[in-house]
Write a protein that binds this ligand. Structure first.
Ligand code: UDX
Ligand code: ADP
Length: 464
């Protein structure tokens, strides 16, 4: 089966970069990315390619190369579905905020809407691929909806979880550790669909790195991978607190531990807490699934990763208040970095949101600088928490376009995202412009403590 036409529903952080890379590597395939969000599609089509809605190193170059040739962005979802041989579902699956499973389960309403739309529009056989992270057995629900339309169209459902990390999405897509494709590998038609997708990836990825499994293994592998990664971060963050009271240095511990080839050195960087759209959502999902099967010990085990992460964010903020003589009321605090990690403009579940909220509850005045996150996004993140009115958020928080401006007349600076540019700021100049004692809290262990202390800062890094 040779695929000529791909449609991707959802032009977000996953759909956008993934389709751009497929379009670049498979010039003979027409790739159309659709979204109901008109504004988002408009930005993807902006003649100035630097204005595409997602910031990822290297992405704008690929969009520039492929857009209008074999990569298209559109709001005409029906037409793209109808023409496609292969449909990727790449819509958001946030944690439910209502009803059964509130705060734990994944909200599948967007997925279901897509399935119903495909069922309504499709006139010929399709391969439908779940790309969004989903609870195990979602493919079965998708299949149920699609197979019951009664219009004779046949569907093959594949699971092809995305393992790209934001900030390195393009690199991860070009050189993935592995690609995982789950399908109905027991049947001939199922295998044919799996192979059609294998052929696309095999254009640029060695075949031995393309794993094929049954659908359930594929779905569960994605949740497992994210749970393991998040668990490493929570594990090192748990040690960071122990380091602080014993005099050990968490980076030294991480280095020593990571040298053990059985453990490995990645994902052992202690921080103010992990964020992003996946880790928390996927673990909550895992906890919810485990509980719904009555596996309470399994659920409790994974839930602890989230509890530790919440603790880390809270204790960082609490330590700031405590260190600044137990009050930050009326004091200006500069927050450097709002994104959940460097090299992305994504702020979902970013630790910065929670630290800022804590400080605002203590009546601090906050000035934020992030090189890629917009003012609108920062206010929207704070408003979403509902801790205070939008007006109060706008009075208490100012968003500025330089780190130096944010730090001027501040009592404290908090580094909450590890943007490279923060390393080489003129820290002496910043110190001179701050109130004394000038507190510097490094939530990312980004800065050299020795040189900052020499300048005169009261310097605190997590895990020291
Ligand atoms: C993650 C997975 O890595 C990726 O495979 C999956 O497809 C989606 O979820 P992402 O959330 O984009 O990717 O970024 P990641 O690099 O995993 O970082 C997640 C969070 O953990 C960030 O807030 C990051 O700052 C934090 N982190 C990561 C640490 O605090 N310490 C580390 O050592 C690594
Ligand atoms: P992710 O990080 O998983 O890519 P995003 O929220 O960045 O998540 O992107 C998901 C996109 O899916 C959003 O732009 C949203 O508008 C889009 N979307 C959700 N439901 C539908 C739908 N039924 N049809 C088309 N697009 C949809």
């Amino acid at each position: 089966m040779k695929i000529k036409n791909i449609c991707c529903i959802g032009a977000g952080y996953v759909g956008g970069p993934t389709m751009a890379v497929i379009a670049q590597k498979c010039p003979e395939i027409k790739v159309t990315v659709v979204d109901i969000n008109e504004n988002r599609i408009k930005k993807w089509n902006d003649p100035d390619v630097e204005k595409i809605p997602i910031y990822e190193p290297g992405l704008s170059d690929i969009v520039k190369e492929t857009r209008g040739k074999n990569l298209f962005f559109s709001t005409d979802v029906d037409q793209a579905i109808e023409k496609a041989d292969m449909i990727f579902i790449s819509v958001n699956t946030p944690t439910k905020t209502y009803g059964i499973g509130k705060g734990m389960a994944a909200d599948l309403k967007y997925i279901e809407l897509c399935a119903r739309q495909i069922a309504r529009v499709a006139k010929d056989d399709k391969i439908v691929i779940e790309k969004s992270t989903l609870p195990v057995r979602t493919a079965a629900a998708l299949k149920n909806i699609l197979d019951n339309t009664g219009n004779g169209v046949k569907y093959q459902i594949l699971s092809n979880p995305e393992f790209l990390a934001e900030g390195t999405a393009v690199e991860d897509l070009l050189n993935p550790d592995r690609v995982l494709i789950g399908g109905d590998i027991e049947t001939e038609n199922g295998m044919e669909a799996v192979n059609a997708l294998v052929d696309i990836y095999a254009t640029w990825i060695p075949k031995e790195n393309i794993l094929t499994t049954n659908v359930w293994s594929s779905e569960l592998s994605k949740l497992t991978a994210n749970a393991f990664l998040a668990q490493r971060v929570s594990s090192i963050n748990a040690m960071s607190q122990l380091c602080e009271v014993t005099g050990a240095d968490v980076d030294e511990v991480a280095r020593a531990v990571g040298k053990d080839s059985r453990i490995g050195s990645k994902f052992l960087k202690s921080s103010v807490g992990f964020g992003g759209s996946c880790f928390q959502k996927d673990i909550l999902n895992l906890v919810y699934i485990s509980r719904s099967f009555g596996l309470n010990e399994v659920a409790d085990y994974w839930e602890q990763v989230i509890i530790m992460n919440d603790h880390q964010k809270r204790r960082f903020a609490a330590n700031m208040v405590q260190t600044m003589f137990n009050t930050v009321a009326g004091k200006k605090i500069a927050i450097l970095g709002w994104a959940f990690k460097k090299d992305t403009n994504d702020t979902r579940e970013s630790a910065a949101i929670y630290v800022a909220d804590y400080l605002l509850n203590e009546q601090a005045e906050i000035e934020v600088y992030d090189p890629k996150v917009t003012e609108e996004q920062i206010y929207s993140d704070l408003d979403y928490l509902g801790s205070r009115s939008g007006d109060v958020n706008r009075q208490a928080v100012t968003v500025v376009d330089s780190a130096l401006v944010a730090c001027e007349d501040a009592h404290a600076v908090a580094i909450l995202t590890e943007w490279d540019e923060f390393v080489n700021l003129d820290w002496k100049k910043i110190y001179d412009k701050m109130y004394k004692p000038a507190f510097l809290f490094d939530g990312r262990r980004l800065l050299n403590s020795k040189t900052k202390k020499e300048i005169g800062f009261d310097f605190y890094a997590i895990g020291n």
